[in-house]
Design a protein around this ligand. Sequence first.
Ligand code: NAI
Length: 484
Amino acid sequence: MTKIAVAKGDGIGPEIMKAVIEIFNAANVPLEYEYVDMGKWVFDKGYSNGMTPEAQETIESLGILFKGPMETPKGKGVKSVNVTARKTWNTYANKRVFQTLHGVDTVFSKAGIPIDLTIVRENIEDTYGGIEHMLTQDVALARRFITRPGSLQVIKYAFEMAKKKGTKRITCGHKANIMKITDGLFLEVFYEVAKDYPELQADDVIVDDLCMKLVTRPDIFDVVVLTNLQGDIVSDLCAGLVGGLGFAPSANIGDHISIFEAVHGTAPDITGKNIANPTALLLSGLAMLRHLGYMRSASMIENALQYTLEQGVRTGDFGDRSKPALNTTDFAQAIIKNFNQLPAHNPRPMLEDKPVTQTVFKLEKNPMLLSNEEEYEKIVGVDIFLECEEQPMALADKALKHTTDLFKLVTISNRGTQVWPKGSVFTNLVNQYRCRFESVAETGLTQIDILELYKRMAGDFKICSTELLNMVGDKRMYSLAQGQ
Ligand code: NAI
């Protein structure tokens, strides 16, 4: 028996959770449930992270959370409970499995093209830190973090999972041709990890090309690993390939705590009507059973689900519209009646249970993720982002006055495109520029040198932000401006 935390969620959450737990109970799944208070209704009671302290304590001690969808309260400054949960507990890998389900008609099922795809999406970093600022009243900036240790965690998980699953191919989706430093780092880590898995064919594809290939030949991919935002978009695209959100499960995997949930939201338009499709939450629950080693129960329930779908049994959101739709409760009962039936297509083998002993982790302090990069780092310049409505030449004249003998002004750019010393008069400008100053001497600069320059520039401009330009060995740790 394994005890897990269950949060019913908001909207259709309680309805679909009830249906799934009924299926689990009928199958004698060896789980015990501790219900926790989490979601919009908890937020409304004044808990700003959407969960009570008791809920947090229970989840942290049990290590597994099975959750229904939760509504993100509307309003500025309010963070999604779902994203908070994933980030607080460092569930760094979001695994979503997309498979052809017979009985769920799609373009590909009709064409006889089978889909069995797993998307692994990095779950913590990227723009999801939500660190955003208006630098001027016209210019918004989001920070995008891609880290070496964070990329390593998710990419290692993806390779290990691909190996266990017995897949042949693992692909990194990215945009490293444009984001050479951030996506470039993710891609570099991907190929570093690939060296430890020679049995897997590791390759990469630019994300736009990946999208085109997924909608034309989804069967050529096995496991695809991506950064957070690109993974978010690509995984919803894949949900569309297999029949929509009603069939998209999701597992958020961490070292200590893992969260299992459907991809879809609270479906406010159908809440309280008992007509929601519980399949995505059920598939997420099956992923949870397999994660816990309850292979037999998972296979038995999945075979019953597949058989039920093959019979044309459906809820209102999919299937043959000429056949009557069942409500959520009756759909769950139909699956229960079909326990021990085998589907005509891809029946799951009845593997032996291998229950995983849940280790309760008691952490004394926050884990610090560090890689072994210890090369000497040198400051070679600074980018100063400032507000200015003047033409590039006029701005350069003022900035050049501040260069002293330590700095030279090397480029000015606007929205990343160089406008000084060379540029085009056809480049549209906004009221925020970047002035790049580099060190005159080979020896490099100190932070105090940078502060002196900052003070001088601040006399003439509103400075929005600064970034140091660093070199590690002979590797430049910053990008060049377009046209530089
Ligand atoms: P949604 O996924 O709730 O609904 C989109 C459409 O799909 C609606 O027409 C809905 O009726 C339908 N739908 C979704 N799940 C269904 C199911 N199981 N059976 C039948 N039809 C289903 O997306 P929406 O409307 O953008 O978001 C509503 C709320 O859910 C928002 O507050 C959002 O923040 C939250 N949300 C929560 C998620 C989570 O808890 N992981 C994920 C996505 C959204």
